[in-house]
Design a protein around this ligand. Sequence first.
Ligand code: AMP
Ligand code: MG
Length: 487
Amino acid sequence: MSAAVSSTVALGGDFAGALPELAVPWRAEQFPDARLLVLNEALAIELGLDPSFLRSADGVRILTGDLVPEGATPVAQAYAGHQFGGYSPRLGDGRALLLGELRGADGRLRDLHLKGSGMTPFARAGDGLAAVGPMLREYLVSEAMHALGVPTTRSLAVVATGRAVRRETMLPGALLARIASSHLRVGSFQYVAASRDLDLLRRLVDHAIRRHHPHLADAENPALALFEAVVAAQASLVARWMLVGFVHGVMNTDNMTISGETIDYGPCAFLDAFDPATVYSSIDAGGRYAYGNQPLVAEWNLARFAETLLPLMHEDPDEAIALAQEALGRFRPTYETAWTAGMLRKLGLGDGADAGEASAVIAELIPLMRDSRVDWTSFFRGLATVARGGADPVRGRFIDLAGFDAWARRWTALGPDADAMDAANPVYIPRNHLVEEALASATAGDLGPLERLLGAVTAPYVPRPGLERYAEPAPEDFGAYRTFCGT
Ligand code: AMP
Ligand code: MG
């Protein structure tokens, strides 16, 4: 074991110290029968933590918030948010706690946060708890996203609490220990803006800059500089979601980070059949957070973020709005550039390819895939075989065969690089039918299927013998997939 790992968890109180108005000191509920279900050893080591200590009785007590390391002050964070377009002035961590910040080997601070650790003053009607299935789901999907190169919060551990949780049925309870660059959200700024406390708003901006964009500390207009940085980070993030076929499912402003990391894996799912109208969440009846709407929603959320910063952007409200609009105007081109660059990588087309022709090839592919509801992930991976001149595994998925053939000729003429495609197109993603299977087994006490799926999706680009099943689209009888927010 390297010298950097230690038999304790050193936690600071960066957020609680800088923004006490947003931090309610609180303790986790006690779970005397807690039992570790999964530990992310690689992440623990990356953070300078000793995995064998985390597996010990004291380690598990830290991971459940029962044992608070010296110097740490666990807090529930206050925030507001637009949920499905409607504003809630007071949401906050209803069942979560920020235990404190860890300083990694790279010198950066990261939040150690618990989800499902009991009721807080923000719990409203909730029970403060979480069930094993949804916490393992967040662990699995967030770690898959990380392996796919998508910025995300990470999952350090899931601990069974030993407490039953009442949902539609009684379910075994669990909590998730989560690592994030921070838990600042658009909703944090909305909460402060509503208080009309400009000093607090200034401190929040300074804190966000310190945590995420220290090079902006000397910016002439820090609020504007922060906004521009978040616009860029979110444009890039959502482009990555779209490229891997990720549907977040609940893009409320309290679930949009300032760091540009994906957060709060609730009713999320990966596309199989390509259709921009795809919605998985049972509570999203209007399709607000459909796959194809995600860039628009991100832009809408960023407009809400901009509103919170107006008083700091310029003393003249009209000037402030003009500055914010100009900065927000950069979202679409930044998103388009990131998405197009990603599609070119998926199609194996480098900088050398004729740009106009390459754009046309992308634009033609999308409706072809949609009309035949082609499986998003396996199509691109299979297409590399076409680039190699091998037997075509994808042609048969198109209804319009002549249309596909014409497209494939145009694409092949651009000289796609099959090896580059393999590096850009995953073989394994957390497919919905596999996730359901793994979570059902885990809820019944067998973690084997979850561990195997986790093994597949955390090394997504390298096909391995024995994992063929994990690369296949859902069987026909899997039917329409629904995810539930009652987590
Ligand atoms: P989410 O959309 O899951 O991020 O949650 C939205 C809000 O509901 C946040 O304020 C959560 O803390 C709160 N919340 C969700 N589930 C529970 C629960 N079981 N108990 C208390 N609060 C909850
Ligand atoms: Mg949330």
